[in-house]
Design a protein around this ligand. Sequence first.
Ligand code: ADP
Ligand code: MG
Length: 382
Amino acid sequence: MSLPAASGRISELRLEGVSRSYGARRALDGLDMTIKGGEFVALLGPSGCGKSTALNCVAGLLPLTEGRILLDGTRIDTLPPEKRGFGMVFQNYALFPHMSVRANVAFGLRMRRTPAAERRERVAEALRLVQLGEYADRLPGRLSGGQQQRVAIARAIVLEPPLVLMDEPLSNLDAALRLEMRTEIRRIHQTLGLTTIYVTHDQEEALSLADRLVVLRDGVLQQAGTPEEVYTEPANRFVAAFMGYRNAFELPVVGGDSRTVRLAADGLALTGVRRGELPGTAVACVRPEDLTVTETVTETVTETVAGTGTVAGTVAGAGGGVAGANTLSGTVEVVEYHGRESAAQVRTDGGHPLSVKTPARLAPGERVTLSVPPERVLVFAP
Ligand code: ADP
Ligand code: MG
């Protein structure tokens, strides 16, 4: 049996109800997803949510417990990995230590008996693309981690595989290199347009790299969508928390309409956007950067913080009606300096911990008033 796209372009890869159990534990539970040719899809979720399991099922390194995988309509989940011919990049590089960079990259072409002249040309081209042309004769052990990962990427793309699979390829690199390599991977995808599934637990990495995100939790799909969709309209509380809605207030529902909902208890009231059906108690989620410091009080002196009055007419707002902003007050406990902004932990008067990111200069012990417009508050079922 030969694949419709043993090399080169595919139209789509389809996963249908793909499950994988380890004993009684379901690591991946009925995953449905379709990847279009040329797309860069990020599989995103916290450690242990089943990302590697899903990727290894696609690669053929792990048999499915249930479901099917189809490449351009042909079933591939019964094929061994070498018949699928996908390019793989792992966290630990997995290079042949005794082979030069060039030989590592040429290995797959050699196995396919690609003629020597073509092989040389394609290897040189792949090494140029990952900016390692100068290092072709080195052994992997004499390269930095970032360079080794570039070799692994060159080795995966040189075959122009129907699918490139990457499992946390940047997580062994230091922060600066990670950013640099992220741009590299994006650039290579823009140049070659290879269909790619990229596994990461880093939401920023996923948002910046992918055309589409697939978010998993405990082996179950939570949301699939463009980075913007997932970032601005998380499907549930879990995705919201993962996308930076770090503050969550579980409160009784006291009012609202079809679009908004109002929650209140113990001197804390919040109006937000209704996300789905809500029972009598719901959870309001707020990003630290969406909280604006409208007022700080050090002992008896009151000052209005300059440049933060972006929400008109809200400083004196009495708890945030549907039209106005929500107001919260509390005491600053911890401040971390992050350059242009600071991250502060505030304890609300009702005793809730609150994360705030603000350009305002705060100090521990200060009393602050914070505001957040209702459209920046998402309310989910608990
Ligand atoms: P991720 O890549 O998202 O961190 P994995 O796919 O590696 O998650 O793992 C998903 C779940 O399956 C985890 O709970 C993990 O402990 C479990 N698991 C993974 N591999 C095995 C294995 N070989 N045997 C038993 N359990 C496993
Ligand atoms: Mg993993």
